[in-house]
Write a protein that binds this ligand. Structure first.
Ligand code: NAD
Ligand code: ZN
Length: 347
């Protein structure tokens, strides 16, 4: 079968021919219907050799941690799934036995690191291939009549902001303000989730006018160019108080500085982007009682919830389609900053 793989440190991803996998006991083989292209892939492919191997990433690596497919074959012992079922893949695989996994928080599994359990596309073979192996049926959520190409990115670009925002909802009642920094794949979904679940006025920041136009289209009340004066503009828009929750989907030094400087008293400052920045906070350099959070992906229950938001029409992903052969071009577009919403590969 064809797969899009990262094969050498510092190289671009390429299409290769590899054997079609067969499901072992408890595993499920999917015929992939859609695979989303995430900025985290670019982060992984940008690591030095030392960081890459140190992070436990294998070579070659079949990319794709957002996946949807049709059940092709069931491994021995798999129940409650049938060949032909349409499913989405929950990506942050855990051990399934620890206290966090028992809560559905496999993204915070206590044993994954020690047991070498890796998400598909970020260690295990991912969804950018004709077929994909899923380690356990519990990592599949029925898609039903949801279109896989339109909705595959809800498994990360939807789930990650959903998880980040849900925790902060008690601070986002009527009259509150929320800031979204970076209105790309995750950010443009975050704006919709905030509009659907909170009473907040949403202020969106990006460096690019086209991304800000998309932010407006999907529900942002205000858009602000993300530069050194952005925090001042957020203060102006919030009557001097600052925002009750700030979600940074870039995570670079200057965006984290903006996020910290924009926080209201008792705000949540949530850094989702892995842009390499660090928060510098201490008494007097951030509003009183502001909390800093650095979440990762989301829970199994939240994936079910975010798919429900799509089913009820409250969230929809702006998708740019690429064939599997054109997969490398999707990564070029992502690096060039020209993807509107999310690039999705359709094998
Ligand atoms: P993306 O490339 O689709 O979107 C990033 C957006 O940020 C773009 O619109 C870009 O124009 C904008 N941007 C760049 N520099 C900016 C700046 N200085 N100020 C404001 N906006 C700026 O990326 P994505 O796939 O949405 O991922 C966003 C980030 O989240 C990445 O760092 C990714 O690795 C990370 N991520 C984290 C998790 C997690 O669990 N924490 C999960 C998925 C992705
Ligand atoms: Zn991702």
């Amino acid at each position: 079968m064809k797969a899009l793989q990262y094969t050498r440190i510092g190289s671009h991803p390429e299409i290769v021919e590899i054997p079609k996998p067969a499901p072992g006991p408890g595993q499920v083989l999917l015929k992939v219907t859609a695979a989303g292209v995430c900025h985290s892939d670019e982060f992984v492919m940008g690591l030095s050799e030392e960081e890459y191997t140190g992070g436990g990433y294998p070579l070659p690596l079949t990319l794709g941690h957002e996946g949807a497919g049709i059940v092709e074959e069931l491994g021995e012992g798999v129940e409650h799934l049938s060949v032909g079922d349409a499913v989405a893949v929950y990506g942050p695989w855990g051990c399934g036995r620890c206290q966090k996994c028992a809560e559905g928080k496999e993204n915070y599994c206590l044993n994954a690191a020690a047991e070498g359990i890796k998400p598909p596309g970020l260690g295990a073979p991912g969804s950018m291939a004709e077929y994909m192996l899923v380690d356990d049926a519990r990592h599949l959520v029925p898609l039903g009549d949801l279109d896989p190409v339109q909705n595959v990115s809800l498994t990360d670009a939807g789930l990650t902001p959903y998880h980040a925002i849900k925790t902060s909802l008690p601070k986002l009642g009527a009259g509150s303000f929320a800031v979204v920094i970076g209105t790309g794949g995750l950010g443009h979904v975050a704006i919709q989730i905030l509009r659907a679940l909170s009473g907040a006025t949403v202020i969106a920041l990006d460096v690019n006018d086209e991304k800000l136009a998309l932010a407006k289209e999907v529900g942002a009340h205000h858009t602000v160019i993300s530069d050194a004066s952005a925090a001042e503009e957020i203060r102006r828009l919030t009557g001097g108080r600052g925002a009750n929750a700030v979600f940074d989907f870039v995570g670079a030094e200057p965006t984290i500085a903006t996020a910290v400087a924009s926080a209201a008293t008792e705000a949540d400052v949530t850094i989702v982007g892995i842009g390499g920045g660090t928060a510098h906070v201490g008494f007097g350099s951030i509003a009183y009682d502001a909390a800093l959070r650095v979440p990762y992906w989301g829970t199994r229950a939240e994936l079910i919830e975010v798919l429900e938001l799509a089913r009820s029409g409250q969230v929809s992903v702006e998708v740019q389609r690429y064939s599997l052969d054109d997969g490398p071009k999707a990564y070029e577009a992502l690096a060039a900053g020209t993807v509107r919403g999310r690039a999705v590969i359709v094998p």
